[in-house]
Design a protein around this ligand. Structure first.
Ligand SMILES: *Cc1c(COP(=O)(O)O)cnc(C)c1O
Length: 413
């Protein structure tokens, strides 16, 4: 007996594991996820948070990804046993959701869509672009640099605040590849401004490529300033480019929609092979388009009264455990390069700021406003409210400074 105790003490000192606990220790040491990307709860109030992966997929899209992740008929026709056209289902879903588009093609992201369009339609030629639309999209990446990297030349027209159709008209010529309209999706210019519309530009007789950014396929009444693909095509755009993981609410992807001829040229260009998407992206995109409303779209439309009810319920449950929690009004934004300046009324649970790090440890990300941590519920799936509550309660004894009897790892004197 004495030797067993001494053995255990020796093992504990040396970090060895007792034979009878080897299995438990091995299981405990397994990571909870095989990859380092972990799920988080987005309580920031920013619907499409770039640092949190932009749009969360719908349950239908996740299921489609799971189904496609093994061997799948992505390029195989099960009826004939012959090679099938890759991504046909996603393309058909896009065309069904955007009737003015004759053809569609899917690439890795909107930046890739622009690279493909510039390479195929304007390499060695000019892209006419307004000085007010020379946009940096984030993390130091600038669309003008991206376009020039393809071997196209930029022909800047107009000024930062005002560019007219006449400015574009004066710049068109035999060297023109296309006119590019970029939606200023992450900033707003107000005051003495003017911009030419797609309809006016299409009348100039040059192809117009419209980068609408956020991926709305049809107008969204809640976001009247946000351009959509169907309207841009009806106004005469030859090609529309957009992201799949912004307001469309799907996976990271670049959408190219437009007239049959340019889309087919893009699709058959050698570079298209380097920009193509995987089977899981195609599956998620198709399910997003055909399935129930994805979370981002649902969250955009939730009534603020519903959010207030949830915030009050959560605050009440937390207050019952002596947590300093209040239900408060809040303001959400679309984020992720969509609808700049649009404020969506929301509701949040307000906590002492000291909860920020504790909740982050438990993968709940809020935002700090005026010395309080707000957990904004607009981008939180209702089923995750209980995760928020449990995360707060689990961290409570440390954040409140009261009853700090549970030792914190690394906190020992
Ligand atoms: C977001 C955005 C892009 C970049 O899209 P990615 O899908 O992230 O490559 C390009 N243009 C506009 C107008 C955007 O809003």
């Amino acid at each position: 007996m004495k030797t067993a105790v001494a053995g255990a003490q020796r093992r504990a000192r040396s970090g060895e594991i007792a034979p009878e606990t080897v299995a438990d220790a091995a299981v405990a040491a397994l990571p909870s996820h095989a990859a380092s990307l972990r799920p988080v709860v987005n309580a920031t109030g920013v619907l499409l948070h770039t640092n949190l992966g932009r749009a969360p997929l719908s349950a239908a899209a996740r299921e489609a990804v799971r189904a496609a992740s093994g061997c799948t008929d992505v390029e195989y026709d099960l009826a004939t046993g012959l090679r099938g056209r890759r991504g046909q289902g996603a393309v058909e879903a896009l065309l069904a959701a955007c009737p003015p588009a004759e053809a569609a093609h899917v690439v890795n992201n909107n930046a890739a869509a622009l690279v493909l369009a510039a390479t195929v339609l304007a390499r060695g030629r000019e892209i006419i672009i307004s000085r007010g639309e020379m946009v940096e999209i984030g993390d130091g990446f600038r669309l003008p640099d991206l376009l020039v990297s393809t071997g196209a030349r930029l022909r800047e027209v107009g000024t930062t605040n005002r560019t007219t159709a006449a400015d574009y008209a004066a710049a068109t010529g035999p060297d023109t590849g296309f006119i590019l309209k970029i939606h200023p999706s992450n900033f707003r210019i107000s005051g003495f401004t003017a911009a030419a519309g797609i309809a006016e530009l299409s009348a100039l007789g040059m192809p117009v490529v419209a980068d609408i950014g956020s991926g709305l396929l049809a107008p969204e009444p809640l976001l009247p300033e946000e351009p959509d693909a169907a309207t841009a095509l009806r106004q005469g755009a030859a090609l529309v480019t957009a992201s799949g993981d912004k307001l469309l609410g799907g996976p990271q992807a670049g959408l190219l929609l437009g007239a049959a001829e340019p889309v087919e040229r893009l699709r058959r260009h050698p570079l298209a092979r380097a920009l193509r998407v995987g089977k899981m992206t195609l599956a998620a995109l198709e399910a997003t388009l055909r399935g129930p409303q994805p979370p981002a779209v649902r969250q955009l439309h939730i009534a603020v009264t519903e959010l207030r009810d949830r915030a009050e319920q959560l605050a009440k449950e937390l207050a019952e455990h002596a947590v300093d929690a209040l239900a408060v009004d809040s303001v959400s934004t679309v984020g992720g390069g969509g609808a700049p300046g649009v404020e969506l009324p929301s509701a949040a649970v307000s906590l002492p700021e000291s909860y920020e790090a504790l909740l982050r440890e438990r993968r709940v990300i809020g935002r700090i406003v005026a010395g309080r941590l707000l957990l904004d519920l607009r981008a939180v799936e209702p089923g995750d409210d209980v995760r928020l509550r449990d995360a707060v309660l689990a961290g409570g004894h440390r954040a409140s400074g009261r009853a700090a009897t549970v030792p914190v790892p690394g906190d020992e004197a």
